[in-house]
Design a protein around this ligand. Structure first.
Ligand code: FPP
Length: 221
């Protein structure tokens, strides 16, 4: 969800104003995803590297997250959304961890959109942590499926489509293992300007892709 900061800067507003506006865009996309029956939507909200930002911005982001979790839980639950959070939880404040646990258990049996928020998430760190736990468990002869079960995403499928906003064209430590065969869609819109129409455009582009997974025949998703 890139571009909140630049969106704000271009309007001579503080970066937080961009993050607030970014939440509005997020709500609209979550709603749209539910409407068009997307089964899984994963949002990259805070990377492991984002801890390097100024403390005031980190505090603002955590406050917004707290606000989102508090104010949206009932609505998400009503709309049959199942919410999960992936990432390392140790550095998060206890009240946010409690909120996450509450919303995860409250929505655990919902069968609509599977909404995943990646928070203090870094893909290389996720893989290293998986390998360490595999070693700790004494496993020696591992294959792809074993490693997958040790990832944060063990209970969600690999993404079919990865959307990146704000004109950036890199993967930035997001789901490196899981994106092996994902299709990519790059949008020039800053995240606060990212609309349902742009989301539809991304899905439309995805539908036109010829996915062969290394073979020669098209494979339908
Ligand atoms: C990217 O813009 C956005 C973020 C790093 C934070 C997004 C997270 C929130 C708005 C917190 C709440 C999350 C949810 C899921 C409700 P940027 O700051 O990197 O902007 P730039 O690329 O223009 O610098």
């Amino acid at each position: 969800m890139d571009g909140n900061g630049r969106w704000a800067k271009s309007r001579k507003l503080p970066r937080t104003a961009g993050h607030k506006k970014g939440i509005e865009a997020t709500k609209a996309i979550v709603k749209r995803a539910g409407e068009i029956k997307v089964e899984y939507l994963t949002l990259y909200a805070f990377s492991t590297e984002n801890w390097n930002r100024p403390e005031s911005e980190i505090d603002d982001l955590m406050s917004l997250l707290r606000f989102y979790l508090k104010s949206e839980t009932a609505e998400l639950h009503k709309n049959d959304v199942r919410l999960r959070v992936i990432g390392f939880r140790e550095k998060l404040s206890q009240d946010i961890i409690t909120l996450i646990e509450k919303v995860e258990s409250m929505t655990a049996n919902n069968t609509g959109l599977n909404l995943t928020i990646a928070l203090d998430y870094g893909s290389r760190q996720e893989i290293v942590s998986a390998v360490n736990r595999i070693i700790h468990d004494g496993k020696t002869d591992i294959d792809e499926s074993v490693l997958s079960t040790y990832l944060f995403t063990h209970d969600i499928p690999d993404p079919d489509l990865l959307i990146r906003s704000s004109g950036e064209q890199r993967i930035s430590n997001f789901l490196l293992w899981q994106c092996a065969y994902s299709e990519f869609f790059f949008s020039d819109l800053m995240w606060p300007d990212f609309t349902s129409e742009e989301f539809d455009k991304a899905i439309e582009a995805f539908r036109a892709r010829d996915r062969r997974f290394g073979g020669i025949e098209s494979v339908q998703a």
